[in-house]
Design a protein around this ligand. Structure first.
Ligand code: SF4
Ligand code: SF4
Length: 511
């Protein structure tokens, strides 16, 4: 059996995964089921019926097909059956017609579809907390319809940018959902050391799941450590108030197979990225929501985490306190520089820029992944001059977030703004700074050096393009689904550049 998938950065030979298994470990039958689910979602959107149940199906269905979310055929099939039960019209669609069409049209439709998938993840998290936006919800219908029916290049280009525009609304919605529910993030030091005794590792983005688990283990003598995507939760007042939310275990998602090997604790995956689970820790992996993996226990929507708690008590954790570190040997990760915190020191930043104490601001962020080329980002941050400020966010920060880069006029040189959805914070800060300096974002002494891996990064990139932000440096490689013509268009209009070496790029940026 073969497959076709080119939605993420690690796709085979930089073209597409087309054999029996993708680079991420997704088997061909799973990839084909995900294609069938995507086709059904497009059919459902084309039936012109709109209600809360259908919107939830569209959003969660798209989320299921994101890289490293769901490897379980039974669960995907169940989802397909649910979607089919809601299709009440005769609209037939097969996503393979997109994979086989003219490469520029395919490229534009892929940008829209993959951007939509990423946006679905953010909309899902906002909905879980009771937040929704009609414009965002409606766009899922409109864009899915257009993927089936629109073949004019100009119209598709507009829709690509519209996806970025709506995603900005969606990220703002999620920011509001998180901060109104759990408080505004505050700067917080997070230890990488693990105390002896039972613990649970929680990863993914779902703050609601984490909050429920924190409540359920109160008084049980179990500690919680975050992993990868969950690190920013330590900065939210309503989560950090729990004394058993102790610290962060390990580094970014792509190191999980090594880090979870024989771990004396269960791991709860609330969203991606889940990698193929090794036998050495399969019995301690628990999934919930849209994440699923064959033979691992799935916690249903009742969110009763008893099985995770029992596993934690059974395994007992480490016998002694364990000293651990980030990838550069540091043992403290400082998080919590969301837009409110950064803007509270905006005057200091502006003065420092005006006086020349801060020469340049870099936003170095985005995804992490297994490719050796991603060391670029560590080296870039290490080599950035001492009079530059580094804003960072998302998984890629684990490459350097344990480094102590010092301060400029009392402002830490390295400011961790959160996860990928917190790109909204970075955008807000950039827009506020441009107002303060009375210039456009492109005229600020600010450069974006981004890494991408999966579809959430695609929607963020589309938002930056919608905002007209130029000169973004992107790596480690450019998306395989962007055709040469469309790439040329993006380079001409937005001056997108592929990363070179840290030395070359720093020299070029700083002149
Ligand atoms: S998600 Fe990425 S690695 Fe996995 S099959 Fe698709 S392109 Fe390949
Ligand atoms: S930063 Fe990238 S890899 Fe990490 S969760 Fe976000 S989109 Fe996925």
């Amino acid at each position: 059996m073969s497959m076709f998938c080119f939605q993420c950065e690690q796709t085979a030979q930089g073209k597409a995964c087309q054999m029996a298994q993708g680079v991420c470990g997704k088997k061909a039958d799973t990839a084909n089921l995900q294609d069938e689910l995507t086709s059904c979602l497009i059919e459902l959107a084309n039936c012109n019926e709109k209600n809360e149940d259908i919107t939830k199906l569209l959003i969660d269905g798209l989320f299921v097909t994101i890289t490293n979310v769901n490897f379980d055929n039974k669960s995907i099939q169940k989802f397909i059956d649910k979607v089919k039960a809601h299709i009440k019209c005769d609209f037939d669609f097969d996503i393979k017609t997109v994979w086989d069409c003219d490469e520029d049209i395919r490229s534009l439709k892929s940008l829209i579809l993959f951007g939509l998938k990423g946006m679905a993840a953010y909309a899902h998290h906002a909905k879980v907390l009771g937040y929704k936006d009609e414009t965002v919800d409606d766009f899922f219908y409109d864009a899915l319809k257009a993927i089936a029916n629109e073949n004019q290049q100009d119209e598709l280009v507009s829709l690509v940018l519209k996806t970025g525009e709506i995603n900005l609304k969606c990220m703002e919605l999620l920011d509001r959902a998180n901060t109104e529910t759990y408080g505004k993030p505050v700067p917080t030091k997070v230890t990488t050391n693990i105390e002896k005794g039972p613990f649970i590792v929680v990863t993914g983005h779902d703050l609601h799941d984490l909050a429920l688990l924190l409540e359920q283990i109160k008084d049980k003598g179990i500690n919680i450590y975050t992993h990868g995507e969950m690190l920013p939760c330590h900065a939210y007042p309503e989560l950090k108030k729990y004394p058993h939310l102790k610290g962060n275990f390990g580094t970014a998602w792509q190191n999980q197979q090594k880090e979870f090997d024989n771990l004396p604790a269960p791991i709860l995956f609330t969203t991606n990225c889940i990698m193929p689970v090794k036998e050495s820790y399969k019995d301690r992996v628990f999934t919930t929501s849209v994440v699923d993996y064959p033979e691992c226990v799935h916690i249903d929507e009742n969110k009763d985490f008893t099985s995770v708690i029992e596993k934690s008590l059974e395994l007992g954790g480490y016998k002694e306190d364990m000293e651990m570190s980030g990838i550069n040997g540091g043992q403290v990760l400082t998080v919590g520089f969301g837009h409110d915190t950064v803007m509270s020191v905006a005057d200091k930043v502006i003065d420092a820029v005006k006086s020349g104490a801060i020469k340049h601001i870099f936003l170095v962020g985005g995804c992490d992944g297994a490719k050796p080329g991603r060391n670029y980002y560590t080296e870039f941050v290490k080599q950035a001059p001492n009079d530059t400020l580094i804003l960072t966010l998302a998984c890629g920060k684990f490459r350097f977030n344990d480094l102590d880069l010092g301060e400029i006029n009392g402002i830490p040189r390295l400011l961790d703004m959160g996860q990928c959805n917190d790109a909204y914070s970075a955008i807000k800060v950039a827009l506020e700074l441009s107002k303060a300096f009375n210039c456009s974002v492109n005229e600020l002494p600010l450069s974006l050096v981004l890494s991408w891996y999966e579809q959430k990064a695609v929607c963020i990139l589309l938002t930056l393009l919608y905002l007209g932000i130029e000169n973004i440096r992107l790596g480690p490689s450019l998306p395989a689904f962007v055709s040469e013509n469309i790439l040329q268009f993006l380079v001409e209009k937005f001056k997108i550049k592929q990363i070179k070496t840290p030395q070359e790029d720093l020299k070029e940026i700083l002149g």
